[in-house]
Structure formats: structure tokens, C-alpha cells
Design a protein around this ligand. Structure first.
Ligand code: AMP
Length: 546
């Protein structure tokens, strides 16, 4: 082999923010703060202050490799920690505040976090947590002295005081790009959460893929609303992609209700918003209820939806009411997270609106860097014909090779593929369609029924706010689908009308055997339907047909 002669500059997270400070110094970061008002700063400010973070951590005795935790919403201070902590060689451990307190306690201990930075709103949580995690050397509240609360947290430090005492002169260390940069735990609906440990290299490569035109097409002309939280999979890598591209970033802080999100979209002239279906459902309901005219008031061009399947009805609503194109995307914590993105191909330009919606229901095509295969129960590859549904396995440079501290043991097969736990089809053009989690497929008479397809068909009914489908035991068929529906306020939808609506929208033998109505559905800490809890709720339920 002949070694190439190109420069070996490591791909480090710090290089992103230095690039942004050099090339997009005035591009803006707008944050809704825990203190109340909107805060505006630039990439140059974030770079300067992240150097202060690095100096402040050094002064606190933090050394490379140590884990520094955050319990924080999306905002500029959180972004400074993204760069300051990882840039100095320590590991940023973002904690999902929606996990149960016992789970948070578990992961702080498991990660052996040394310091914990937190937003004002999490004081009650941290007051309890502090007693249970003696290994944490200090707690830093992310505010200034004027807003410093009176609270029961030993050795409480103030973020702005720490930065105020730190120089903004700092030379980012250069080290192996495979060094860990951040840590995020999965939501752990069964068993303890498991840690996914990202590296500098994986984070930079992933950001590049996200910026690419056939990725999420992030560029300097975009204003991004990061509804997707920075405590879950690094907000889909957007704080890195933003610095790489110079895109203007808008951070909603703790206010994720429909009204607050709408106001930010309007007032900050957002062009691209990213989030999970749960948040978009709240936004659409707000727009509906308040009789707003987003087409006239907003310049939103695209909405990236991932984390759960984007129902056709939602994609249609964004197109009709907002004039915005839904970019459906799929990924997972273990994948940094982007795996596939649903952009259209040139041949789809001639398609009708309905035909395009058919494509947009799919989760899209793999971005370069992600290899996918679908296999049967025996691990044999299945054809990529858009019909055969199988276990989805992936490999690539931003996909995990194992969980932190080896929880769960070996998780890749002999060829290095990681089993996503999802069941999917892949069509001839390479479009992936997720049909289920493997634990959630409904096995009816030896055939699989897709709960996701049924749920998306049900939410197309105008009286349905949310729907979930689980398998219920059946003597003859083993399992049959039970549809659980939350009605929109004031709607009097009946079982019969619901089932009738599904006729012709899904295969006849998929039509659920029964419909149950509930006031709300259980969700996980990342906003997904909590099927395990739903199955527990209906464990004594008997289908009328069973
Ligand atoms: P998380 O690691 O919490 O981000 O969850 C990852 C899981 O969310 C995936 O394995 C899928 O089951 C699910 N998921 C993510 N995006 C989508 C999508 N667009 N459609 C359906 N399921 C999705």
C-alpha cells in the first residue's frame, strides 16, 4: 500500500466552532431562556465563551476523559457546553430530564459524572438528585448572579460567575479524533438505560452528512428551529451542523407548546424546523384552534420529522396549511441519529400530490455512511423489493459498536452490523419504510401486521387526536390488532365509524378487531408511544372476537 500525502488534521468538534467564528462570526443564535426573555448572540460569541468554559473546567480540576453532565433545554449556554466540554477533551453527558428520577440517578452514577450543569427549571430535580450522587464534585446552575436561586444544593456554583473569572484565550488541544466527545443514554423502556458514546470523528462526519443536499440540506441561508432537544442525541447533530454551515439557530428553551413554537416560527422567520410528531401535533392543533394562517405569516419551507413515524395526515397538513415540505427521516440514538432522509428523486417531479405523499410516508434513503440490510428471523438477507419486511441492521462510522461500559455485551454481528430493533421494507429505489419495532409487530396467523401503518391510517380521521395499535391475544389467530384512540376534544367518534373509516385504507385482514377510547396515551421520555405500558394497561382486556 502507498500512504497518501494529505494532511492528517483530526476531525475534532472544536474545529467546528472555530470555523463558525472565522467564517460565520455574525450568524445568530436566538434562545428563549429559562429567565424569560429572548437572548441573541453569534457564533463568534459562542466560540469565545466556549473557550471560557474550557478554562473554567480546567480551573475546576476537570481532566480530559471525565464526564460532565447537563440537564438543560435548548439554549446558547447549553451550546457553549457542547463545545467547551468536548473541545477540551472531556465528555459531554446530556441527560434527558423526562427520564424517571431513579433513571437519572442511575445514569449519573453509571457515567461517573464529575460536574452537573443545569437550567433554573430543574432545581427541584437537582435538589433531590444531589443527595443520591455523592460522586458529583459540583453543581453549576446555568444563570447569572442576579437570578441565582436560594436552594438546597451543596456547593452550588453559578455559570456566569465561572465564565466571568475565566480567560477567553484557549488553544484547543489536538488529539486522536476517535476520542469520546459526548454521551447519551437510550430511554430504556425495558431495563436500565444504556449509554451511547459518540466520538469527535463520528460527530463531525455525521454533521457533514446532515448538511449534504440529499441529507437535511443545512446551509447558511437557513434559519433552523431546534425543537428537537439538545438532551437527546445532540439535537440530531444540529448544533454541530449549524456551526459547520453557518445556519442561523433558534432555540425554544423549555416552551414547546403550540403557541410558543408558532410565535418563534413567525417572529424569527424560521425556514426549517426539526422535531418529533408529538410536538408537531400540538402545533397543528394550536393553528387549527386559533384559526391562524401560517401560509401568510411564516416562511417555513421544510419540517424535518423523525423519532416516530410521520403520519400522512401530518405531512398533508404541513403542505396544505403551511406550504411546507415534510422531510421524513429515520434514525436512532445509536446512530447519532441520522440514518435515512426522505427527499424526492427527479422522477417524482411528475407525480401528483397524492403520489408524492405515498413516497413521503416512507422514511427515506440512506445517507452516505449508512449501510442497511434487512434479514429474516434466521439472519438471511431479504430482497429489497418494497414488500419483504425484515429486521433492519445497519453499519457505518457514526453507528455504535457497543454500549458504554459494555452494557448489553456484543451488539454487532460478524459483519459489523448493528440490529436496530426495527422492522422495515426497502424498495427498489432504496427507500426504507419502518413497519414496526420488532417487539411491537402483531403476529396474526403467522403473518405480520404493521402497527405503524394502522396508527397512521387511524389518525387520518379528523376526529382522532392520536392512535396506537397493540396486539391482543386471540385463540384462533394468536394475536389480533386492538386500536386505542384519543378523540379530539368535543368529538363523538364511535367504534363503528372508526372501523368503517379504515375500510379500503389498509388490507382487509388488518382491520382491528376492536377500538378502545382513552383520554391519553402513555409516552416515553423521548415522546414515542410507550407500547409496553399500553400493553400493561390492556393486559386484562379480551377481544370480543377472541
Ligand atoms: P431513539 O433512539 O430514542 O431516537 O429511538 C429510535 C427509534 O425511534 C428507532 O429505532 C425507531 O423505532 C423509531 N423511529 C425513529 N424515527 C422514526 C421514523 N421516522 N419512523 C418510525 N420510527 C422511527
Amino acid at each position: 500500500m502507498l500512504r497518501g500525502l494529505m494532511q492528517e488534521r483530526p476531525l475534532l468538534v472544536s474545529s467546528l466552532i472555530e470555523h463558525a467564528a472565522r467564517c460565520h462570526p455574525q450568524a445568530e443564535i436566538v434562545s428563549r431562556t429559562s429567565e424569560g426573555p429572548l437572548h441573541r448572540c453569534t457564533y463568534a460569541d459562542i466560540c469565545r465563551r466556549s473557550r471560557q468554559v474550557a478554562n473554567a473546567l480546567t480551573a475546576l480540576g476537570v481532566v480530559p476523559g471525565e464526564r460532565i453532565a447537563t440537564l438543560a433545554w435548548n439554549g446558547y449556554r447549553h451550546m457553549e457546553l457542547y463545545y467547551g466540554v468536548s473541545g477540551m477533551g472531556a465528555v459531554l453527558h446530556t441527560i434527558n430530564p423526562r427520564l424517571f428520577p431513579e433513571q437519572i440517578e442511575y445514569i449519573v452514577r453509571h457515567a461517573e459524572d464529575q460536574f452537573l450543569f443545569f437550567d433554573l427549571g430543574f432545581i427541584p430535580l437537582v435538589e433531590k438528585l444531589a443527595q443520591a450522587v455523592p460522586g458529583v464534585r459540583g453543581f453549576v446552575v446555568m444563570t447569572d448572579r442576579a437570578h441565582l436561586p436560594v436552594c438546597d444544593i451543596p456547593g452550588l456554583l453559578c455559570y456566569e460567575d465561572l465564565l466571568g473569572a475565566a480567560s477567553d484565550a484557549y488553544d484547543w488541544p489536538q488529539f486522536d479524533e476517535h476520542t469520546a466527545s459526548s454521551l447519551c443514554y437510550t430511554s430504556g423502556t425495558t431495563g436500565n438505560p444504556k449509554g451511547v458514546l459518540y466520538s469527535h470523528r463520528s460527530s463531525v462526519l455525521h454533521a457533514w452528512a446532515a448538511c449534504a443536499v440529499d441529507g437535511l440540506a443545512i446551509g447558511v441561508a437557513e434559519t433552523l428551529l431546534l425543537v428537537v432537544p439538545m438532551f437527546h442525541v445532540n439535537a440530531w447533530g444540529m448544533p454541530y451542523a449549524g456551526a459547520m454551515s453557518g445556519a442561523r439557530l433558534v432555540m425554544p428553551g423549555p416552551a414547546l407548546d403550540g403557541k410558543s413554537v408558532y410565535e418563534l416560527l413567525r417572529d424569527e422567520q424560521v425556514t426549517l424546523a426539526l422535531g418529533v410528531p408529538t410536538v408537531w401535533r400540538m402545533l397543528l392543533q394550536h393553528v387549527d384552534g386559533a384559526g391562524l394562517k401560517p401560509r401568510d405569516e411564516l416562511c417555513l419551507r421544510r419540517v424535518v420529522i423523525g423519532g416516530s413515524s410521520a403520519p400522512r395526515a401530518m405531512t398533508e397538513a404541513f403542505a396544505n396549511t403551511f406550504g411546507a415540505f415534510v422531510v421524513h427521516a429515520w434514525g436512532m440514538t445509536e446512530m447519532s441519529p441520522v440514518g435515512t432522509v426522505c427527499n424526492l428523486l427527479p422522477k417524482h417531479e411528475d407525480y401528483t400530490f397524492e403520489q408524492r405523499l405515498d413516497i413521503q410516508e416512507k422514511q427515506g434513503r440512506a445517507v452516505y455512511g449508512v449501510e442497511m440490510k434487512i434479514v429474516d428471523d434466521q439472519g438471511e438477507r431479504l430482497p429489497q423489493d418494497g414488500q419483504a419486511a425484515g429486521h433492519l441492521l445497519v453499519r457505518g462510522p457514526w453507528i455504535t459498536s457497543g454500549y458504554y461500559r459494555d452494557e448489553g455485551g456484543g451488539i454487532v454481528d460478524a459483519d459489523g452490523f448493528f440490529d436496530t430493533g426495527d422492522v422495515a421494507t426497502i424498495d427498489l429505489d432504496g427507500y426504507l419504510q419502518i413497519t414496526d419495532r420488532s417487539k411491537d409487530v402483531i403476529k396474526s396467523g403467522g403473518e405480520w401486521i404493521s402497527s405503524i401503518a394502522l396508527e397512521n391510517a387511524a389518525v387520518a380521521h379528523p376526529a382522532v387526536a392520536e392512535a396506537a395499535v397493540i396486539g391482543a391475544a386471540h385463540d384462533k389467530w394468536q394475536e389480533r390488532p386492538l386500536l386505542v384512540v384519543v378523540r379530539k376534544p368535543g368529538e363523538a367518534l364511535t367504534r363503528e365509524t372508526m372501523l368503517e373509516f379504515l375500510q379500503g385504507r389498509v388490507a382487509n385482514w388488518w382491520i382491528p378487531d376492536d377500538v378502545a377510547f382513552v383520554d391519553e396515551l402513555p409516552h416515553t421520555a423521548t415522546g414515542k408511544l410507550h407500547k409496553l405500558r399500553l400493553r400493561e394497561m390492556f393486559k386484562d382486556y379480551r377481544l370480543p372476537s377472541a
